[in-house]
Design a protein around this ligand. Structure first.
Ligand SMILES: *Cc1c(COP(=O)(O)O)cnc(C)c1O
Length: 382
């Protein structure tokens, strides 16, 4: 069997039956000609099935080691899609520090009476055990957490979910299957916002759900078609193009992130660094056990409060002030006023998010240039 890194480069290459193009063509057609009225071809309607979506789904399913994948119009569509696997009033357990969009979706689906939800600190074994005793139907897992990069034991939570009779779902957006393989660690479902590392170029919104069982794949594909949340052909084409270089991009970004985290630790103006690739980080040991790398997201607290944090962001030139992650370019964000502004201030403080916490999505630029950009900004605000 060829290596996954080879497979994602090769997916869909040289399969064009019409003109033998090396790169797969984009099939924009919304509908397809039937050979006769009682016999449709492989494709009939674009919402249901599309060749570009199928190539991408095949590559993503193989990368995660699943029975199949459903490619959706966004990461949020992927998360909402898996909620179709449970019934009204079923209980969902989610991390208390999960992605803000996930928190909003689950909270409001619960307000509508579609599901019940409890948010739990999944690093707290007692709290998790108590939540599991309430017989959840679905357990959501996210690692590392955002923005504090807390690492949770995926295998242990999946085992607990299984004994409680729940479906375990890992949002693997921050790491990708090249750093953490949820299905191998016991999860039933791995999902991602492909907007981030999978596409990697900050130019499409997308998502995917990979399931271990054929049964889940069938149900998810049925709902994706029924609700119309499948991704557009162009976005799938673009995402497959990005996916081909995932291994190279992640290696480069992670190596830069490690250098940056080590540099930040030495800075007088930095109160604390959060990066599970550092030996001093509480997540370091778990990363060695369950991951093939710590990823490329780094957070740190700057001394001097919100004013210092704001001034630091404004002084940077290479790091752009924006609220996404996983692209080739380096970004910085201030969770206090950006990604986590929707949270109540007290909830932010309780979650450990201070007003001077900064989050970096480290890109693949030259390490020396990124370090120089940071050090010039420290000098500018001191
Ligand atoms: C971005 C993100 C999402 C949502 O994905 P979209 O593609 O923006 O809809 C979900 N989970 C995590 C962890 C994310 O970072």
């Amino acid at each position: 069997m060829t290596d996954p890194k080879t497979n994602i480069v090769q997916a869909g290459i040289g399969i064009d039956p019409a003109h033998a193009s090396v790169a797969p063509p984009i099939y924009l057609s919304s509908t397809y000609v039937w050979p006769n009225p009682t016999d449709k071809g492989a494709y009939d309607y674009g919402r249901t099935k599309n060749p570009n979506r199928d190539i991408l789904a095949g590559a993503l399913a193989e990368l995660d080691g699943g029975a199949g994948a459903v490619v959706t119009s966004s990461g949020m569509a992927a998360i909402d899609l898996v909620l179709n696997l449970i019934s009204a009033d079923d209980l969902v357990i989610a991390p208390h520090d999960c992605y803000g969009g996930t928190h909003r979706l689950l909270t409001h689906r619960a307000k509508q009476g579609r599901i019940r939800v409890v948010f739990v600190d999944q690093t707290d074994a007692k709290a998790l055990e108590a939540a599991m005793a309430n017989k959840p139907a679905l357990v959501m897992i996210e690692t590392p957490s955002n923005p504090l990069m807390r690492v949770v034991d995926v295998a242990a939570i999946c085992t607990a979910a299984k004994s409680a009779g729940a479906i375990s779902v890992v949002d693997n957006t921050f790491l990708s299957p090249l750093r953490l393989k949820p299905l191998e660690l016991g999860a039933d479902i791995a999902l991602q916002s492909t907007t981030k590392y999978i596409n990697g170029h900050s130019d499409i919104i997308g998502g995917c759900v990979v399931a271990k069982s054929e049964d889940h794949v069938e149900k998810l594909a049925w709902w994706a078609n029924a609700a119309g949340v499948t991704a557009a052909a162009f976005n799938c084409h673009q995402t497959l193009r990005g996916l081909r270089t995932l291994a190279l991009r992640l290696d480069a970004a992670e190596s830069n992130a490690t250098a940056i985290a080590e540099y930040l630790q030495t800075q007088e103006a930095v109160a604390r660094v959060y990066y599970p690739g550092l030996k001093s980080d509480p997540g370091y040991d778990l990363v060695q056990i369950q991951q093939s790398g710590p990823g490329a997201m780094v957070s740190f607290e700057i001394k001097g409060g919100l004013d210092a944090a704001t001034a630091f962001c404004r002084s940077l030139e290479i790091f752009k002030l924006a609220a996404s992650l996983g692209g080739v370019e380096s970004l910085i964000c201030l969770p206090e006023t950006m990604t986590h502004a929707g949270m109540a201030e007290s909830a932010r403080r309780e979650a450990g998010i201070s007003e001077s916490l900064l989050r970096l999505s480290v890109g693949i630029e030259r390490e020396s240039d990124l370090l120089a950009d940071l050090s010039e900004s420290f000098a500018a605000i001191s």
